[in-house]
Write a protein of this length. Sequence first.
Length: 359
Amino acid sequence: MRAAGGMGGTEEKQGKGTRPTSKDVARLAGVSHTAVSFVFNGRAEGNLSPATQERIRQAAARLGYRPDPVARGLRRRRTAVIGLVTDEIASSPFAGRLLRGAMETAWDSEHLVLTIDSGGDLAKEDAAVAELLDRRVDGIIYAAMSLRRVRVPEGLHRTHSVLANCVPEDDSLPAVIPAERAGGRTAARLLLDEGHRRVAMIGGQDDIASAERLRGFRDALRAEGITVPKDHVLRTGGEISGGYEGALRILEGASPDQRPTGVFCYNDRVAAGVLHAATRLGIAVPEQLSVVGYDDQEHMAAHLTPALTTVALPHRAMGEAAARLLLDSIDTGRTPPATVRRLACPVISRASVGPAPSR
């Protein structure tokens, strides 16, 4: 049986389950083995005509040929694999976004991602990094599921490394994190632009994100000559119960002309608690009280009543940016400066914010 385009039936000689080689491609395309290598090693331009390159690619497609990544990696002294070590991937609602961003960016550059979850155990983190180094990965991303300063796992400095959603205690490695202070300013502007002047902030913990979000929130208010009373800033944790209790403390018993008309919440879980409290107290959202969340938590923010306006954490963008920074470092062989790159936190507008009530 003759094949179209003048190519012979070389593919018929392949045994079942036998992986085709570059030499098989060369025979089918009627070219040298070197010509095939040029095409799949990115050296065809200037060495082969476009027609020859196309013939080689067609032959490869017919045979189902793919370059051997292990052999190619040995020639380039690379494995085309990067490691991703994280502290608590299984329990975080945001882990999937960060992972998808990193994995798809790596895939676009013909790299796979080998992921290890340490469960927050420092000894396991060190062991995970050692295992990845033994496997000769091209580089490692270390990701935390909540923004914090981290001890750099032992061995991370022995390869190309980037941190995601955390910063190193010793400022020794590049990091990609959310622009939390700017996110706090954004949340304030959502309320200010609707005419709110009596505002509160509920929720927060002893962490970087809480401090930065509050600083940004106050920045924007101060620019408008507004100061938040101390008793309207309640650090009540990061769970629904903290939002509920904080809202009751601020709203219950207060007259409509004295209580806040807008509340900025540390995260979407806190915001859910505030919405529950408002319902209990008969305060309509957003007609009498506007509520802004933070995180855009999947399966929550869009399904609250009313649907929550929130400032999103850029987890997918962090994964993409960390992987891109790492891959660029691998390609150039140069270690990027140990600087912190902050990514914007976009607004997700829904139904929980409206104009300030007139009275």
